[in-house]
Write a protein that binds this ligand. Structure first.
Ligand code: ADP
Ligand code: MG
Length: 537
């Protein structure tokens, strides 16, 4: 008999279908969540990640763990993508997203085992998610003081770094976020406009924010002044060199006369460019490429201090803070392209010269990351990155929610009263969703060395006992007390929590939709699915 075409195409694959596919996928999700759940919360443990080349990284950050691990399972990769997207959108809540997705899947599997069709679970989860998102809006409130804003930012650093550094970085991040708050731009703005410059030596708490541009460079000609109180600046996306074109053309230079004539033209050309800069009042020149040696004396005479081999990003920052336009070469420079800077200075730290340029336009700054070793500086930079990401987003939406599992406990309680208002089996799925949300307070308790079951029960009871503000009562992971999270300053941004809820729900639903998994044969990652089926049946 002739085989149907699609069967032929499947010859080289192993196939997992229906329940076996679901079991396998949920197992992968749970295994992945297991790798990061111990990092959740302020008392979460650090993970040490070792690369194949032997280099290592100690981190408490869920997304770092996941992105570094080499994980092949398609479901696990889907969860990693959800956590990476959480990182991109909200800069925080990555561990929460993975842990919640795995719990949603585990509860879904239980429901499926008890005879509920996955499509019902998917519907119920969708309804529960929508209800949660609107409930969160009601529960959230705007910070009543700058102090509360700082608490939200420092909550995102809890457990990642020491308390005094967390306080210091929170201050820098909120200040930088304030300075950026009027600027237009997308989600990545705070990464594009705040340069991070690691400088060796000092302690992490010496990390400072400079409202200007700092580059690890010194001026081209050491005879020109090392500092200035301001002036006019040109930023050139090229060099200041004599015309190379003619040399490239390999003209035959046979007689001394031709050579001299050639040099003369090059010199004239350079002089014309320097004259042009002079006539535009430029006293600070920044170029991306080189500056020819012949230009040194010309620039010196014209009173122009020059910097060469600037990175593209640094040029863009220089252009932004000084209001200058980057042009291709000096010849095309017009008066409107020239910007103004308010000061320039050079300092030497640990044997490296750094130049700082300030401008009146703002919109870009530099953070000088300090620390005695590269690892310490990297850790400090990662923490600052998180803090700034959160602080910047708070300037766009400042609404906040109680942390310490309070929000998820409230949502679970709410969903349990909401579930019966729905008809059909979806009710059960909504209750399953409610139970899954409690994985957050449960894990926070577990990581704090407390009993997860008792803590979740007590938390619920405490919330109910205070009819006015009870939903803001959460778990203080440091001492196990149930406390109002606004009083304690443990606060999560609304955008972090709502994103992790929608991201986790979406990821769980897309795994539940998979009914058929095809694995390429000979793939070492092909699961031993025959086992799964045996267990299932
Ligand atoms: P994520 O990667 O999901 O942000 P974290 O390890 O940063 O994971 O943990 C975040 C969780 O820790 C949030 O639910 C937050 O409310 C909670 N949290 C932070 N500080 C405390 C605290 N002092 N007590 C209890 N929970 C806290
Ligand atoms: Mg966090």
């Amino acid at each position: 008999m002739v085989q149907p075409e699609h069967d032929i195409a499947l010859q080289d694959t192993d196939r997992l279908q229906g329940r076996a596919a679901l079991v396998n996928n949920v197992k992968a999700a749970v295994a992945l969540a297991g790798a990061v759940r111990s990092t959740l919360g302020p008392r979460g443990l650090d993970k040490m990640l070792v690369d194949s080349d032997g280099s290592s990284l100690v981190t408490n950050d869920g997304v770092t763990v996941l992105e570094t691990a080499q994980i092949e399972h398609p479901t696990a990769r889907l969860l990693i993508a959800a956590s990476a997207s959480q990182d991109k959108v909200a800069r925080d809540g990555t561990t929460t997203t993975v842990v919640l997705t795995a719990e949603l899947l585990q509860n879904a599997l239980e429901m499926v085992r008890s005879g509920i069709h996955p499509s019902i679970v998917i519907n119920g989860y969708g309804i529960a998610q929508d209800e949660c998102l609107s409930e969160l809006e009601g529960l959230s409130r705007v910070p009543s003081s700058q102090e509360e804003v700082r608490s939200v930012v420092s909550t995102s650093l809890a457990g990642k770094i020491g308390e005094s550094l967390a306080g210091h970085l929170t201050g820098l991040a909120t200040e930088a976020a304030e300075l950026l708050s009027g600027e237009e731009g997308g989600d990545d703005l705070e990464r594009l406009r705040v340069k991070r410059l690691p400088i060796s030596g000092g302690s992490s708490t010496d990390t400072e924010l400079v409202n200007g541009l700092v580059v690890a460079k010194t001026r081209f000609d050491r005879v020109t002044p090392s500092s200035s109180d301001g002036g006019r600046v040109a930023v050139i996306d090229g060099g200041l060199e004599g015309s190379k074109l003619e040399i490239d053309a390999e003209i035959e230079i046979r007689t001394a006369g031709v050579l001299q004539g050639f040099h003369k033209r090059v010199t004239e050309n350079l002089q014309n460019q320097v004259d042009r800069l002079s006539s535009l009042g430029v006293d600070l020149l920044i170029v991306r490429d080189g500056i020819s040696d012949e230009a040194v004396s010309m620039l010196r005479e014209a009173g122009i201090t020059a910097y060469r081999r600037f990175e593209r990003n640094d040029m863009e920052m220089a252009s932004r803070i000084t209001g200058s336009q980057i042009v291709r070469d000096v010849v095309s420079l017009g008066n409107d392209d020239v910007g103004s800077y308010s000061s320039r200075s050079e300092t030497v730290t640990a044997g490296v010269t750094y130049t700082r340029i300030d401008g009146g336009e703002g919109g870009a700054m530099t953070v000088l990351i300090r620390g005695s070793s590269p690892q310490i500086r990297e850790e400090c930079e990662r923490a600052f990155d998180d803090a700034l990401g959160v602080a910047f987003r708070l300037t766009r939406d400042s609404r906040m929610l109680p942390g310490g599992g309070a929000t998820q406990t409230h949502l679970a309680r709410h969903l349990r009263t909401f579930a019966p208002t729905n008809k059909g089996r979806e009710q059960i799925a909504i209750e399953g969703y409610a139970a899954a949300l409690e994985v957050i307070p449960r894990t926070l308790a577990e990581n704090a060395g407390l009993s997860p079951i008792d803590e979740v029960l007590e938390l619920s009871a405490s919330q109910i006992s205070d009819s006015k503000n009870g939903s803001w009562i959460g778990l203080n992971a440091w001492n196990g007390e149930k406390a109002h999270m606004d009083g304690l300053g443990v606060l999560d941004p609304l955008f972090v929590v709502s994103n992790s809820i929608s991201g986790a729900t979406e990821a769980a639903i897309s795994v539940l939709r998979i009914n058929d998994v095809l694995w390429a044969k000979q793939d070492p990652m092909t699961p031993d699915w025959k086992d799964e089926e045996d267990q299932e049946d």
